[in-house]
Design a protein. Structure first.
Length: 1098
């Protein structure tokens, strides 16, 4: 038997059931005190310019009192947006800076750290200083059809020009015969002579097609037409119109399948874009579009519109005879989208424009001056490229037969018009994400101004929050950057960015992929890297959230330039939850060697004021198990009024984590717990066995576990494989309501359904950049910066986010071969085995279903396992861990901040087993020591099992009114007839007494039993702690005295009941007001009070 087992046995038998000190190896005791980023933070929003110094002081003192390390300050919207709130602190005004100065001074005096967002509002990086030419850019164009004879001297219409700003890139002429159509068809859709609706298909009052059950639209062209593509124009955010079946016929009776449409993967900011579907060319007079809700995917972050009730809504459809690249808008970087490549069958080479048939049009302003062949333009000295303008030097006119019909496509760029929409007086255009100079200007005019204020030393962080500004696909030097990075000139191929196929489908797709790769390079190097340099030059750290699924980029790579990667997760809001955001941040941090992984946590799309710390804990623990180790509560909305409660909110969105929430003071229990967990989880490096390659598509993201089921079916197990097939089949499209009033697909991916998905193994996602440039091999492991390492690399085939690229590039293949030769296990086929033991990789843990885990290694010192019971009932089990040869082991309870010895510990076959008992939604750290240095750790030993109930009558008083009651337990004050009690929300005080025979050396716990919702316990005037989660007990040993003891239990419930009372004209006290309008469903009241039994356990 190993030494650690002998030590534990000695401890159990040699010491009384009290606090004991025993050497258990190199165990580092940690407490909820400040230090080194271990504290939780909060977002602090100043809403509508309604800010007061009294409110600032109270807010910051509240943060300090509950144990937060600080906040990220963001002013949201302006005084004119909601003038009824009486705000006067418009952003950038003297009144605003006065409030900022006061906030900095107060934070400084309290020892709180602060972060400032890159711009006004929370999305994303813009301001009034940014001119249209300094803003995000997009490609725009106009088409003109003329004969060659009419070309010279022709004045071309200017493409879209945001606020009058437009710059030419290049202009092209293509003989229409090269497109295989006549001159009249190039700009027009195939005319429809008649349409017929059948089944449930109708048109609404706006002319949009609509159906909720199967229906069809029959289009009659009047004669046979050649259909090469169709353009679907959704009505709103709708996926159903993108999944119709396209049928063709020449007689209107006998139809054949042209294509079953499959929606491209798309984010939530694709709204407003139409979708071009290339089809195998079909000669037909009739096209029928059939729709049924059956087969609908239940929705995910990369298929956002599928989250909602399956209703087909389509504003229109255009059938095209002119060849186009399928889903070209997304592929050209206009919006975040991933679709399969257009095939040669859908777009034969004969339907593609040959580069030799494209002519470059030389312009003088809007006027055509000459024409040269496109190939010649690529190498000719007749043109030079200055910035993004084609400037003729010695133009020559290329002669075409005068009757040749030409399509003139004038291509340029203008601003996308995106603004930092949640700003107030700091609102303006979003900065060009490819311009370092424009970013410097934004930085100086916003963040730099904060750094110039008194007490600005409290500002430690520069934060970039929610990416809600869409995408951009051009910039002032994009063409030059493209040539340097991709090795060829983009301009001869530029028409592909407008959907025109050039050379072949394959070549067109490659050019568009290269465009997206260049977009990714530039946003990382010109925006994120520059931002990091600017922040570091001022001694600040950079924090930023996910870039996907809105900007066309690698969802992991930008975290290379973040000191503090951040994701976000939501509470009871499946339609808005961001599991992929969290996994992007976690994997991004791990592969780029970042120690801290932050999370914006607990946002609720419709908060109803029934939230409690106990409700939050399992969600928090789940994300600790995923790899998050620094929590940001979202959100503390500044309440400028001292006499209105619960006060200001983010218009009802978010967790109402603010000083006037009833249980804010009691949230110290939750905050202390989070801080204790974070200090453990920020130590060492994560132990993750498997890395999964994200592929070479762009954009790309980390894998959510559901996407790995086809890749690692054996690790998931047959039951999971079958359940996932059922979820995706989505038979009957079951719906749920969560939160109140929000109806959505029941099958949306929710990580609560994916606890420990690989059954004892953890995985990260690894992108191409990290694989090629950061990964090295040591002792058969892939080692990353910071020390994270992997024992196996999984290389999936085509996936939903990588649908076409089943052939890896030469550089990736070379890297994989080098990894194999160095001893790394590379998995390229679906893994059927139940574990990875054939590769020499045993399971890291053996745990029952519903228990999540994380494992961190403090090299040479400790192995730290975090175990979380995600179930609502207690659980006892044997835990097995891949640890051997340790010199000590303790269990750490972060709720109580106490250590205890393990039970039933046995080491065998290279693993360690022990008995673990966890309360409902409870958690524990199992800490193994490997070092030779021994430290004394105070151990909390088991109780004797004796119980004493505190019986009798309790005196009950209410803090906010004069109600006083004598009551027996259980007590639910909503059952009283007095409205001031029935609807009461806040603190109430239960007082009683009990006798204790002697001052025992043993430990005594007070259990409050059932309480709604939180209890703070005082014994003889001593604060013994907060019972906020199961098992709802506190240690009262130090407060006990012989004889009579006075117990006072402060019970606090949520705001839900008082708001219900105020809404129906029965407020339990004065001053109730909030701008959060959502309430619980129905008219019920939530139980409130001390139900008990209150017991002494010793």
């Amino acid at each position: 038997m190993k030494r650690l087992h002998l030590i534990i046995l000695a401890a159990l038998f040699a010491f009384p059931p009290s606090l004991a000190a025993q050497s258990f190896g190199h165990i580092t005791p940690l407490s909820p005190r400040r230090g080194a980023g271990g504290e939780a933070f909060t977002f602090w929003y100043w809403m509508y310019g309604a800010v007061s110094k009294a409110g600032i002081k109270a807010d910051l003192q509240g943060m300090k009192d509950i144990g937060l390390g600080g906040c990220y300050l963001m002013p949201i919207r302006g005084t004119s947006d909601r003038p009824e709130y009486g705000g006067t602190a418009n952003q950038l005004s003297p009144a605003f800076w006065d409030m900022v100065d006061y906030a900095f001074q107060q934070a400084d005096s309290l020892g709180l750290d602060m972060g400032i967002h890159i711009c006004d509002g929370f999305a994303l990086a813009g301001g009034p200083w940014i001119t249209p030419e300094e803003s995000m850019q997009k490609v725009v164009w106009t088409d003109t059809v003329v004969s060659a004879a009419a070309l010279k001297g022709l004045r071309l219409a200017c493409p879209e020009a945001y606020q009058g700003y437009y710059e030419d890139i290049a202009c092209y002429a293509i003989p229409l015969k090269k497109q295989g159509v006549g001159s009249g068809a190039v700009a027009d859709a195939i005319p429809i002579a008649k349409e017929t609706l059948s089944g449930d298909m109708t048109r609404d009052d706006k002319g949009a097609y609509r159906a909720t059950t199967p229906g069809s639209i029959l289009f009659d062209f009047g004669r046979v037409q050649l259909v090469r593509n169709l353009e679907i124009i959704p009505s709103g955010n709708n996926i159903q119109c993108q999944r119709m079946k396209v049928m063709a016929s020449n007689d209107g009776v006998n139809f054949y399948l042209v294509k079953q449409l499959q929606p491209a993967r798309q984010g939530w900011q694709t709204v407003g874009y139409s979708f071009t579907e290339a089809v195998k060319p079909a000669l037909a007079r009739y096209i029928r579009l059939d729709w049924t809700p059956e087969g609908t995917e239940p929705g995910a972050e990369d298929l956002d519109a599928a989250k909602w009730r399956p209703v087909m809504k389509m504003a229109g459809v255009r059938f095209g005879a002119v060849p186009k690249i399928g889903q070209w808008r997304g592929k050209a970087g206009f919006t975040w989208l991933v679709g399969p490549e257009t095939t040669a069958e859908e777009l034969p080479p004969t339907d593609c424009v040959s580069p030799e048939d494209i002519y470059r049009v030389i312009l003088n302003g809007d006027k055509v001056t000459s024409l040269i062949p496109n190939i010649a333009a690529r190498i000719s000295h007749n043109v030079s490229l200055h910035g993004n303008k084609i400037t003729p030097l010695t133009p020559t006119t290329h002669h075409l037969p005068p009757n040749t019909p030409l399509l003139i496509r004038r291509i340029g760029h203008t601003s996308t018009g995106q603004m930092n929409a949640t700003a107030g007086d700091g609102k303006g255009l979003e900065v060009d994400k490819f311009s370092q100079a424009a970013l410097q200007k934004l930085f100086d005019n916003w963040y730099g101004k904060f750094l110039a204020r008194p007490h600005s030393s409290v500002v430690k962080y520069l934060h970039v929050d929610s990416w809600e500004c869409g995408a951009q696909n051009w910039g002032a030097h994009f063409a030059e950057e493209f040539k340097v990075r991709r090795g060829y000139d983009l301009l001869p191929w530029l028409p592909v960015m407008t959907g025109m196929p050039v050379a072949s489908a394959q070549r067109s797709e490659q050019v568009l992929r290269d465009v997206r790769l260049t977009v990714n390079d530039l946003v990382n190097e010109k925006f994120f890297k520059t931002l990091e340099q600017l922040a570091h030059s001022h001694g600040k750290l950079v924090s930023h959230e996910s870039i996907a699924p809105t900007f066309v980029a690698d969802g992991l790579e930008h975290y290379k330039y973040s000191d503090l990667p951040m994701g976000e997760f939501w509470l009871r809001s499946p339609t808005h939850d961001k599991p992929n955001d969290m996994l992007d941040a976690i994997s991004g941090a791990h592969i780029y060697g970042k120690r801290i992984v932050q999370a914006e946590g607990f946002t609720e799309i419709r908060g109803v004021w029934d939230e409690t710390p106990a409700l939050l804990k399992p969600l928090l623990d789940r994300h600790f198990a995923l790899g998050m180790n620094r929590l940001f509560f979202h959100v503390d909305a500044h309440n400028p009024w001292m006499n209105r409660q619960p006060g200001m909110t983010l218009d009802g969105i978010g967790l109402f984590f603010q000083r006037d929430n009833t249980w804010y003071r009691e949230a110290k229990g939750l905050v202390d717990y989070a801080n204790c967990c974070q200090r453990q989880l920020q130590r060492g490096v994560p132990v993750v066995d498997v890395a999964v390659f994200t592929g070479e598509e762009m954009p790309s993201r980390a894998f959510t576990p559901d996407r790995l089921v086809p890749v690692l079916p054996g690790l998931f197990g047959r039951e999971r494989v079958e359940s996932e097939a059922g979820r995706l089949a989505n038979v009957g499209q079951p719906m749920e309501e969560s939160p109140v009033g929000v109806h959505h697909s029941a099958g949306i991916v929710d990580l609560k359904d994916w606890i420990n998905p690989l059954r004892g193994y953890q995985y990260d996602s690894m992108n191409k950049d990290a694989l090629l440039h950061s990964a090295r091999v040591e002792n058969g492991r892939i080692v990353m910066p910071g020390g994270n390492s992997y024992r196996a690399l999984v290389v999936p085939g085509p996936t939903k986010m990588n649908p076409s690229l089943d052939t890896l590039s030469a550089e990736v293949q070379d890297k994989l071969e080098a990894l194999r030769k160095a001893g790394v296990a590379v998995i390229e086929e679906a893994w059927q085995g139940a574990d990875l033991a054939p590769l020499g990789i045993e399971r890291d843990v053996e745990l029952p279903v519903g228990v999540a885990y994380a494992h961190r290694s403090v090299l040479g010192e400790e192995d730290i396992y975090f175990l979380s019971n995600q179930r609502a009932e207690p659980v006892s089990f044997t835990a097995g861990m891949r640890v051997s040869g340790s010199t000590g082991c303790v269990l750490y309870d972060a709720v109580a901040d106490s250590y205890s010895p393990p039970v039933g510990l046995v080491e065998k076959d290279g693993r360690t087993e022990m008995q673990i008992s966890l309360p409902a939604q409870g958690s524990v750290f199992v800490i193994f020591s490997r070092g030779d240095t021994e430290r004394d750790v105070p151990l909390t030993l088991p109780l004797t099992g004796r119980v004493k109930t505190i019986a009798g009558t309790w005196n009950l008083e209410f803090e906010k009114n004069e109600a006083k009651i004598r009551t027996e337990l259980p007590d639910d004050w909503t059952q009283y007839g007095d409205d001031a009690v029935k609807y009461y929300s806040g603190r109430a005080f239960y007082t009683n007494s009990f006798r204790w025979p002697n001052k025992s050396a043993g430990r005594v716990m007070l259990s409050v039993g059932e309480v709604r919702d939180i209890a703070r316990v005082y014994v003889n005037g001593t604060d013994c702690g907060i019972a906020w989660t199961a098992p709802y007990e506190v240690d009262i040993t130090r407060a006990l005295k012989r004889g009579k003891n006075i117990v006072r239990i402060e019970v606090v419930n949520t705001w839900a009941n008082a708001l219900r009372g105020a809404d129906c004209g029965k407020p339990p006290f004065e001053g109730i007001w909030t701008n959060a309008k959502y309430r619980m469903k129905g008219d019920r009241l939530l139980p409130a009070g001390l139900m008990g039994p209150v017991e002494l356990r010793y």
